[in-house]
Design a protein around this ligand. Structure first.
Ligand SMILES: [Zn+2]
Length: 237
């Protein structure tokens, strides 16, 4: 496979690699992209996922929010796949400097990656809206009904909901990482979700690689495009 050899050569050459990943990174762990509305949602729920995962819905329909959230976003029993593990090894070797992810499933952290920039937050960190006390994923997913703090306040996941803005520090760290990278691997994302997609414009390194099943609006900028499943790619190199 010529493109795999090219990718391997680029990785060998570079020592400041940044990986930017979307939902496709997690699909091989069995996680469905909640944005892709399938029949299941329509059958079971009265609202589309974009509505149920919005801030106004959380505030006004908290119980229904948590019904959907616990049903669809619980990844406590889900394991990292070959891509997560490959990236952890690349970080250990000192070659990979940051993983920037749109995923909230905690799988990079489970695989052992250390510098993970969570653009959309994570289900593994939650805070009481009243007193600020921190809670883990189990406290929320294993709770009955609306998860509540010992003080009585409602616990809210540190997940960026629709209608909410991204965290400024995370954006700044992501821009810094991309600006300083000599190689940027963008994978498992169609690059259509803003403002995450616009981060690509900060890259000024040597090798821009896009790995995705389908084409993206940024294909013209890439030095290497691989339209293949991520698992297959990272298994092969
Ligand atoms: Zn509290």
């Amino acid at each position: 496979m010529e493109s795999y050899e090219k990718l391997q050569k680029m990785i060998d050459e570079c020592n400041n690699i940044v990986f930017f990943g979307g939902a496709g990174v997690s699909t091989e762990s069995g996680i469905k992209d909640f944005r892709s509305v399938d029949g299941l949602y329509n059958e079971k729920y009265d609202y589309p996922p974009e509505v149920m995962l919005s801030r106004s819905f959380f505030d006004t329909h908290t119980e229904e929010f948590y019904k959907f959230y616990k049903d669809k976003l619980n990844t406590l029993d889900i394991e990292p796949n070959v891509t997560h593990k490959y990236l952890k090894k690349l970080e250990d070797k000192g070659k990979l400097k940051a993983v920037i992810t749109q995923n909230i499933d905690g799988l990079h952290e489970k695989a052992g990656s250390k510098n993970v920039l969570l653009l959309h937050g994570t289900t593994y960190i939650n805070h009481c809206m009243n007193c600020g006390k921190e809670y883990g994923a189990q406290d929320v997913f294993n709770s009955k009904g609306i998860p509540r703090c010992s003080c009585g306040g409602i616990i809210k996941p540190d997940v960026v909901l629709y209608e909410e803005g991204l965290d400024n520090n995370t954006i700044a760290s992501s821009i810094f990482a991309i600006q300083n990278a000599d190689m940027l691997i963008i994978a498992g994302t169609s690059l259509t979700v803003q403002p995450a997609a616009s981060l690509i414009h900060y890259f000024r390194g040597n090798h821009l690689v896009l790995i995705n099943r389908d084409s993206t609006p940024y294909d013209y900028k890439a030095d290497l495009i691989i339209n293949e499943s991520l698992g297959k790619v990272f298994e092969s190199i």
